[in-house]
Design a protein around this ligand. Sequence first.
Ligand code: DOR
Length: 446
Amino acid sequence: MSKLLITNARLVNEGMIRDADVLVRGQRIEKVAANIAAGEGVEVIDARGCYLIPGMIDDQVHFREPGLTNKGDLATESAAAAAGGITSFMDMPNVNPKTTTREALADKYRIAQARCSANYGFYLGGTNHNIEEIKKLRVGDACGIKVFMGASTGDMLVDDPAVLEQVFEHAPMMVVTHCEHSPTIWENEAHAKKKYGEHVPMSEHPNIRSANACLQSSSMAVELARRHDALLHILHLTTAIEMGLFSKAHRSEKRITAEVCVHHLWFDESRYEDQGTRIKCNPAIKSAADREALIKALNEGRIDIVATDHAPHTAGEKRRSYFKAPSGLPLVQHALLTLFDLAAAQQISLELLVDRTSHAPADIFGVTDRGYVREGCFADLVIVDASRSHKVEQSNLLYKCRWSPFEGHEFSSTIDTTIVNGEVVYRGGALTGVIAGQRLEFTRPR
Ligand code: DOR
């Protein structure tokens, strides 16, 4: 069995930063200790001057397969994810055909086989009509049940109150929700149209997809989960006023958890001026005060997970006017780099970064043997050089859509190496061509 030794790294793991070597044997970590001797036939990676972290587990991506592969596919977007230090991803059901039956789910797992550069799990999508499919799901069939409690890309709104009751009552695994109250948004849209006609400026987006629309919907999700004692994870929170819904308790003690996405930690509404519809997404990027409140909540433990909501659309689609441009932006290649920059600016610590991108998603979703640099766990590892900057240019983008809101930006860190299941998949600025992603396994989390 092949062996790989990573030496001289600064290991960030389980709340500590320390010097450690990591020995990998086959797909798993064999030993974590100071000064491990290489031995014969062992490939050595010298990580001197770099951080070593467990790979990010991104619990929210839209890789667009099947059916929307002009925007992205499982192979292209998982390669971009691996280049960004994301070693596992959980993909959303708003594809074509929608992943709303167990058969469609099984098809998606078949399509993914031997094509993903990172490990994969897929959600089953809830609809107003598929409660019987939801009831039949078993732990491990999916990473969770996705419920659009607000309409977004892909027409998957679940707005029948009786169905929502049933989903929260019967879900055999975690329910993850997109929370925006659609009737409020439609009303706000009508007001904006009256004022501006078809030429609504992008700066209206956070007024249309308003904080109030978010709060109404997330409050309802929390109330439903409490009443039915369901496991609930609310995706991509964006507002200060929603933060009071979430407890600061450790994730092991709560059944309702929260997620924030990197673009909501990075951008605020002042950026609509230069970015325009490129940063149009749902829920909308909101005010600077909201962004600050998200960072505070992340530090307090009210927010448990940082993800991306990677949602590529073609450059042509994104150039359209406000109502016609689709919502979503590509992020997986630069998510960890944005977080390392937030750490460099002392808005979060590196220990917290690793907790919220690796340990927490592994614990909350019950991902088997991943998310930690521990003996016996799969070797999903990332070496980050925080002393070498990385400038984002179109030529170094791996997304099929070939654009990024970060083009021209220089991050202060570089992803040096990504290892998935013990295989080096990305190193020194290039993919190695090894396709090492496997289907994620899940155990019942709590
Ligand atoms: O901005 C978004 N884009 N939000 C979503 O909820 C869906 C996503 C997409 O699929 O494009």
